[in-house]
Structure formats: structure tokens, C-alpha cells
Ligand binder design. Structure first.
Ligand SMILES: [Zn+2]
Length: 316
């Protein structure tokens, strides 16, 4: 399995267009030791070559997806035919704008598959009619339901003639639905379909992905601990980061992100017995770990975590 991190920041990216927090300000002034980042986007290539073509799976559909695809040579259209793409499917882990918006970049009369929980599909279908543009392709974009904890054999969807190689599982993480969802629909949706982690098994190797980790349901720990690579929520260093930087009056936990530091934070909670390669992504622009000279950056590395950057590539 090849894993490419096309974007590694939280919503807004880094720097964020309207933010003058110390990180964003120092970055614009050329006084910041660290990289700019686009919004979180992952691509994996795990299926066998089929008809001399290699197909990719996207995890998330970021608002930066168009430029992320253009910057990635593996995602270029196949040279034969007028319209073609190596992107066969897109996993959508939540209905957050930052997970969903990129689907609109894929709207150019292109068929592909979208995998999400039934609840996320209902939010799109019932309350966000702009996404109907995806139905104009022939064949239209196909939605496949991921029931939390059920196993979906995506290879079977990919290539009916080939051996099933990529298995995925939706792990409920216990988050909430975005506030743009109407109260009427929200009341009808099950809690465990709001935010999911994704577990991929491929040829005996396991990848666990959770760019948003509310941690209200801790079942993710056993899946993450048994994985070879984990890509986990690195949005906030501290629970009060948005309050201290003047960006919000809510804590990290209140908006659905387990902070990295402090009592019960991710660095403390991640199972110590795990042999997984641990990589943080989805960093908010306020997060001090983005500053490579900071004590927080060092603390994360000393705790055995890596910090994802745009263009990072892993082989598993
Ligand atoms: Zn900022």
C-alpha cells in the first residue's frame, strides 16, 4: 500500500486567510520555521494493477482537492480517452465542510464511488442539493454505505475479476453532526454515524485513519494500537488553544477534537504497548507544533509521534 498525504492542515489550512494568530502572523512575516499546509487530504493506492492501470482511493474530499490533484503526478488522468481518472473512490469520514466540499471539485461529468455512513449520505442528499451535480456523470457517482463496524470489501467494488485485497471498516468515534445540519434531520440520525475512523487491511498490513477524533467513544484505541500505521487528529495542542488565541470561546473537546497535551490528551491516551508508526495530521493553524523551533514540536517527537506534511509519502 502506498499512502500519500496531499494535505495535512485542519479547516482553513496554514496560514489561514483571515487569521492573525502568532503562527499565521509570523509565517506571513517570514519569521516562522515550518511549512505551509493545505487542508487534510489522503490518497492510497492498494489495489492490484488492473488493465495496466493503477487506481487510487481518496480519504476525505478537502476544499483544496483540485490543487492537490494537480500537484500529484499519480493522480493525472490516464492519457488515453478524453475523460479518465485514476481516482476510483472517495471515503468521507464525516459531513464536515472540510471533508465533503472537495467532491464538488470532482464534478466534471466523472463517475466514481463515494463511501460514507448512511447518515452522511442523507445529509448530502436531503439538505445539500448542490451535490446533485455529481449525478450528471454517466454512469453517475455511486454512493456506497459504510455501516459502522461492518466490513466493506472495497476491492470487490473496484475490480470484480480480481482478488479482494483492500478491506475497510468504519469505526464510530462518537462525534456530532455539523451545525449546518437542520435540527429535524439531526434528530433522526444515529449518533455513531456522525464521525468515523477508517481501518484498512491490506496484505496483512493495517492502516488506521482518524483526522477528527472526538474520543467520546474510546473503541478506536484497540484498532489503532493493532495497526502498523496510524494517522491521527493533531488539530490542537491544548484544550484551550482557540480561547488563548482569540479564535473561539470553545475548547478543543467541545468542538470534537481530543487535544494532544494535558491530562487525558492524545499523547497520554495512545496505548503505550502499540508498535504503530504514529503520525499526526489535521493540524490547526494555531497549533504550536507547526513551529519546528517550539517546545511543543519537540515534545510531540519525543513522545514518538511524527508530524505529517504536505507531500509526505509512506509505504506499507
Ligand atoms: Zn492562525
Amino acid at each position: 500500500m502506498r499512502i500519500k498525504i496531499l494535505g495535512s492542515a485542519a479547516g482553513g489550512g496554514f496560514p489561514q486567510w483571515n487569521c492573525a494568530c502568532p503562527n499565521c502572523r509570523r509565517f506571513r512575516d517570514g519569521k516562522f520555521h515550518g511549512s505551509a499546509r493545505t487542508q487534510t487530504q489522503i490518497a492510497i493506492e492498494a489495489n492490484p494493477e488492473y488493465a495496466h492501470r493503477r487506481y487510487w482511493t481518496l480519504i476525505n474530499a478537502s476544499p483544496d482537492l483540485r490543487s492537490q490533484i494537480l500537484a500529484t503526478k499519480e493522480l493525472r488522468p490516464f492519457p488515453d480517452g478524453n475523460t479518465s481518472t485514476s481516482i476510483r473512490e472517495v471515503y468521507i469520514p464525516s459531513a464536515d465542510v472540510d471533508s465533503l466540499m472537495g467532491l464538488l471539485h470532482l464534478r466534471e461529468f466523472q463517475g466514481f464511488r463515494v463511501l460514507s455512513t448512511p447518515a452522511v449520505r442523507r445529509i448530502v442528499a436531503e439538505e445539500n442539493s448542490i451535490f446533485r451535480v455529481l449525478g450528471r456523470a454517466a454512469p453517475p457517482v455511486e454512493w456506497i454505505s459504510l455501516e459502522p463496524v461492518a466490513t466493506v470489501d472495497t476491492a470487490k467494488h473496484h475490480n470484480p475479476e480480481g482478488p479482494p485485497l483492500l478491506f475497510s471498516r468504519a469505526v464510530p468515534l462518537g462525534g456530532e453532526y455539523p451545525d449546518y445540519v437542520s435540527g429535524r434531520l439531526r434528530a433522526a440520525l444515529p449518533a455513531d454515524e456522525a464521525v468515523i475512523g477508517l481501518l484498512f487491511d491490506h496484505c496483512g498490513k493495517r492502516l488506521f485513519v482518524a483526522p477528527t477524533l472526538p474520543n467520546r467513544n474510546t473503541g478506536w484505541k484497540e484498532w489503532a494500537a493493532s495497526s502498523d500505521v496510524v494517522l491521527l487528529d493533531g488539530t490542537f495542542w491544548s484544550d484551550t488553544e482557540l480561547i488563548h488565541t482569540g479564535r473561539s470561546n470553545k475548547t478543543a473537546r467541545e468542538i470534537g477534537h481530543l487535544p494532544l497535551s494535558g491530562p487525558g490528551g492524545l499523547l497520554e491516551q495512545f496505548p503505550k504497548s502499540s508498535k504503530a508508526r504514529k503520525i499526526l495530521l489535521h493540524m490547526n493553524n494555531t497549533n504550536p507544533i507547526l513551529d519546528e523551533d517550539s517546545a511543543e514540536h519537540r515534545a510531540v517527537l519525543e513522545a514518538g509521534f511524527e508530524i505529517a506534511y504536505d507531500g509526505m509519502e509512506l509505504h506499507l
